[in-house]
Design a protein around this ligand. Structure first.
Ligand code: C2O
Ligand code: CU
Ligand code: CU
Length: 432
């Protein structure tokens, strides 16, 4: 049936002005002809209905990153649904259980489809949102452009695959090189930052603001945390409450190896005074509390490989294969010695069970490990940390996370440097 509630979400080629005006528009792939796709904005507990229409010349799906929704709506081809062929449609229909900042992106050939521009914000508003003077969703992305501002067709050469992923040469915020907004001095703003890049880790400075982190990956912090800088790994989100203190400008600056430059700038007018009170915490989401950690099963997830890493005889198609043959097969990484998606899940959990995962980064690169359909907490010396769905692991680091397997089905667990997941860093969990 052609139900009325389904607004169309069309993935198709488009030409968009992501480079400065003196260049021609860049041919990209986009949702609804826009980069990023239009923000889908609902209230907590609302039903979301979107009909994906595939106007691309290859199959695609939509994944609703960070949402604890039914497995059949998770958008993983060959696992939760069939990929939608060119010209085909798929009806996504789910209820948003948690408030927060989320995003949507394809989950087929993600290293290409995401890099070509398919991504958009999904904002789930709290039933009672804190009062602010303004709100901005800021989607950070990067592109690999040719000198004529067309997209490079290199979405992941062997160098990218086996190093830090496809790092672009052009950074955008909401699709433009320098996003410009306006504010009154003294305004309190809510800024929702989303990293939609395939592999880039943003390191962002905040100038002309007093800022507090109020949520990570959509999940509220118990106590807002004052910050001057924000690190944003691939797929991660940070919600800030930012009081405008600058006299004529307030800026978000992207720090690069060779310096830094403004990627978002607010022209400030007026001479109001910033409130000197910290913001109150956002209301918590109904994410289940961790059960006893002592009895929880511990899964081990070892990351291996990369150009400078070791690969202890990774398995590909059930056989031990040396590194150079793996690379020839487009594989550069392994999880627990497997460079292919394992047939057996890494974790098999009973519904409601508390699970621990010890992740060991035995490589020389950072990785952004993401679990579908759940939010985990990092277990620290001083107790469980905040809820997240994507954790940035530094090279050589070991991190333990715990979560309640409260969502039945098969869920991917992968590196969100999507060239890495394509090249071997992909496993899964079954909750029954
Ligand atoms: Cu946003 Cu499987 O990822
Ligand atoms: Cu996800
Ligand atoms: Cu990785």
């Amino acid at each position: 049936g052609w139900a009325d509630g389904f607004a169309e979400l069309r993935a198709a080629p488009a030409a968009v002005q992501i480079a400065p005006q003196e260049y021609a528009p860049t041919p990209v792939w986009a949702y609804g002809g826009q980069v990023p796709g239009a923000a889908i904005r609902v209230r907590q507990g609302d039903r979301v209905q979107r009909r994906l229409v595939n106007g691309l010349d290859q199959p695609t799906t939509v994944h609703w990153h960070g949402l604890r929704i039914a497995n059949a709506m998770d958008g993983v081809p060959g696992m939760t649904q069939d990929a939608v062929p060119p010209g085909g449609t798929f009806d996504y229909d789910f209820v948003a259980p948690d408030a927060g900042t989320y995003w949507y992106h394809p989950h087929n050939r993600t290293w290409e489809q995401l890099a070509r521009g398919l991504a958009g914000p999904l904002i789930v508003e709290e039933a009672e949102a804190p009062e602010v003077d303004g709100e901005h969703v800021l989607v950070f992305d990067d592109w690999r452009l040719e000198p004529d501002a067309t997209l490079s067709e290199s979405f992941g050469n062997m160098h990218d695959l086996s190093h830090g992923g496809r790092i672009g040469n052009w950074v955008t915020v909401n699709g433009v090189g320098e996003w410009a907004g306006t504010a009154q001095r003294g305004d309190r703003l809510r800024l929702r930052l989303i990293n939609a890049a395939t592999a880039r880790i943003f390191s962002l400075g905040l100038e002309g603001f007093d800022a507090w982190v109020v949520a990570l990956d959509g999940q509220p912090l118990e106590v807002p945390q004052r910050v001057e800088q924000v690190g944003l790994g691939p797929a991660q989100r940070v919600d800030l409450i930012a009081d405008v203190t600058g006299t004529d400008e307030a800026m978000i600056i992207s720090y690069e190896a060779d310096g830094g430059y403004a990627v978002a700038a607010f022209a400030v007018s007026g001479d109001g005074a910033a409130r000197d009170a910290a913001p109150v915490a956002l209301p918590p989401n109904p994410v289940p509390a961790l059960g006893s950690l002592d009895n929880a099963p511990v899964a081990e997830l070892r990351m291996e490989g990369g150009a400078m890493g070791r690969m202890r005889g990774a398995m590909l198609g059930g056989e031990q294969v040396p590194m150079r043959e793996l690379v020839g097969a487009g594989k550069a990484w392994a999880l627990n010695g497997m460079a292919d998606m394992p047939e057996e899940p890494l974790i098999e959990a009973a519904l409601g069970e508390t699970v621990r995962v010890r992740m060991i980064n035995d490589t020389a690169w950072p990785h952004a490990m993401h679990l579908h359909g759940h939010h985990f907490r990092q277990l620290r010396a001083d107790g469980p940390g905040p809820l997240r769905d994507t954790i940035l692991m530094q090279r050589g680091e070991t991190v333990e996370v715990a979560f309640v397997a409260d969502n039945p089905g098969d869920w991917l667990f992968h590196c969100h440097m999507v060239e890495h997941s394509a090249a071997g860093m992909m496993t899964w969990m079954r909750v029954v």
